[in-house]
Design a protein around this ligand. Structure first.
Ligand SMILES: NC(=O)c1ccc[n+]([C@@H]2O[C@H](COP(=O)([O-])OP(=O)(O)OC[C@H]3O[C@@H](n4cnc5c(N)ncnc54)[C@H](O)[C@@H]3O)[C@@H](O)[C@H]2O)c1
Length: 328
C-alpha cells in the first residue's frame, strides 16, 4: 500500500490524477495538498472527499512549516507536484508569484523529501520550457535534448524548476523524475484556458477571443493519458529521468475554436480576433518516442473522442463551471 502526496490536486490535471489513482490502486492512500488559489476548487474533489483513502490539506508549497507538517503526518512514498501558477497571461501581468510558487515551492517540497525521505519526487513540467517551433517546419519536434528556451515568465519559471530538480538529483541523489507534457484538455479545466473558455463562452453565446490570427499550433493530449504517463514514470522511470509526453494531435487554435462551435451548433461569427499575446509561441510539437519505447506508454484517447467527452462533461456539469464564470 503506497501513500501518494499530490500537490495542486484541486486544480485541473492534479484532480484528474487523484481520481485516476483512487480508481487504479484500491489499496493506496492519496493526500492532496493545495493552497486553493483562484483556480483550485474544493468542489472538484467532492467525490474524493467521500473516499476514506483520501485526505485534503489546505496549504501552500512555499510554506516550509506547512509542508513539513504534512510530510511528518503522512510520510508519502511518492510526491507528484502539480501545484503551480499555470496561466501564461497572468505571468505576463504578475511574474513574481510565478517565481515564488513554481520555483521556490519546488525547492521547499524537495527539501521536505530529503528530510523525511520519499521514494520519488515527480515534477510535472511542460513542453513550453522548449520555447516554440516555426509554423513552416512540421518536421521539427521537441525532444528531451532540445534546448530550454522559454518565452514567458510562466515557462521560464517551469524551466528553472526543472533545472533545480536535476540539480537535486545530482547533488543530493534525490530520486526525482520530470515529465514535460503538451497541452491537456478534459474535465475540471478552469474556464480561462482555450478549450474550456471556448466551450463555456459558446454555451452562453458570448464572444470567443482568439489571439492574433489564430494560427498558433498546440499539440493536444486528453488529460487521462497524461495521468497514465505520470504514473508510469513514477513507478518505472529511472531516478533522474526526464520524459516528453504528447498526443501527436497538432491543431491551430482557430481550428479548435471552429470545431467546438460546429459541434455545439453555434455560429462562427462568435469568434473575435484580439491583439496577440506578447511573445506568443507559434507552435509546440512533442516527440514522445522516448516514453513510448522505454515505458510502453501511448495515448489511448484520440482527439475527436477526447473533445466529445470534454464537451459532454461541460454540458453535464454546468453547476461546476457556471459559478466560476460568474465569479470571474
Ligand atoms: N494544463 C496544461 O495543459 C498543462 C500542460 C503541461 C504541464 N502542465 C503543468 O501541470 C501542472 C498542473 O497544471 P493545471 O493546468 O492542472 O493547473 P491549475 O492552474 O488548474 O491548478 C494548479 C493548482 O495548484 C494550486 N496551487 C497554486 N499555487 C499553489 C501553492 N503555492 N501551494 C499549493 N497549491 C498551489 C492551485 O490551487 C490549483 O489547485 C502545472 O505545474 C503546469 O505547469 C499543465
Amino acid at each position: 500500500m503506497a501513500v501518494w502526496l499530490v500537490t495542486g490536486g484541486a486544480g485541473f490535471i492534479g484532480s484528474n490524477f487523484i481520481y485516476f489513482l483512487l480508481k487504479t490502486y484500491p489499496g493506496d492512500r492519496v493526500i492532496c495538498f493545495d493552497a486553493l488559489t483562484y483556480c483550485g476548487n474544493l468542489k472538484t474533489l467532492d467525490r474524493a472527499m467521500a473516499d476514506s483513502r483520501f485526505v485534503f490539506i489546505q496549504g501552500d508549497i512555499t510554506d516550509p512549516a506547512a509542508v513539513n507538517l504534512c510530510f511528518e503526518a503522512h510520510k508519502p512514498d511518492y510526491v507528484v507536484n502539480f501545484a503551480a501558477e499555470s496561466h501564461v497571461d497572468r505571468s505576463i501581468r504578475q511574474p513574481d508569484i510565478f517565481i515564488k510558487t513554481n520555483v521556490s515551492g519546488v525547492q521547499v517540497l524537495m527539501d521536505a523529501c530529503r528530510t523525511y525521505g520519499c521514494g520519488r519526487f515527480h515534477q510535472v513540467s511542460t513542453d513550453e520550457v522548449y520555447g516554440d517551433l516555426p509554423l513552416d517546419r512540421p518536421d521539427l519536434k521537441f525532444t528531451e535534448e532540445s534546448p530550454l528556451q522559454p518565452s514567458s515568465p510562466y515557462s521560464a519559471s517551469k524551466a528553472s524548476a526543472d533545472l533545480l530538480v536535476q540539480a537535486y538529483f545530482r547533488t543530493f541523489k534525490l530520486p526525482v523524475s520530470i515529465s514535460r507534457c503538451s497541452n491537456n484538455y478534459g474535465p475540471f479545466h478552469f474556464p480561462e484556458k482555450l478549450i474550456p473558455l471556448t466551450i463555456t463562452n459558446a454555451l452562453h453565446d458570448k464572444r470567443l477571443p482568439v489571439y492574433g490570427d489564430g494560427q498558433n499550433v498546440r499539440d493536444w493530449l486528453y488529460v487521462n493519458d497524461h495521468c497514465r504517463a505520470i504514473d508510469m514514470i513514477v513507478r518505472s522511470g529511472k531516478p533522474g529521468s526526464l520524459f516528453n509526453v504528447g498526443g501527436g494531435s497538432e491543431y491551430a487554435n482557430i481550428s479548435i475554436v471552429g470545431l467546438i462551435l460546429e459541434k455545439l451548433n453555434k455560429p462562427q461569427s462568435l469568434i473575435e480576433f484580439v491583439a496577440d499575446r506578447h511573445g506568443h509561441d507559434l507552435r509546440y510539437a512533442i516527440d514522445a518516442s522516448k516514453i513510448r519505447s522505454e515505458l510502453g506508454w501511448e495515448p489511448l484517447c484520440g482527439f475527436d473522442e477526447g473533445i466529445n467527452q470534454t464537451l459532454d462533461w461541460y454540458l453535464n456539469n454546468k453547476d461546476w463551471w457556471c459559478r466560476l464564470v460568474a465569479d470571474g
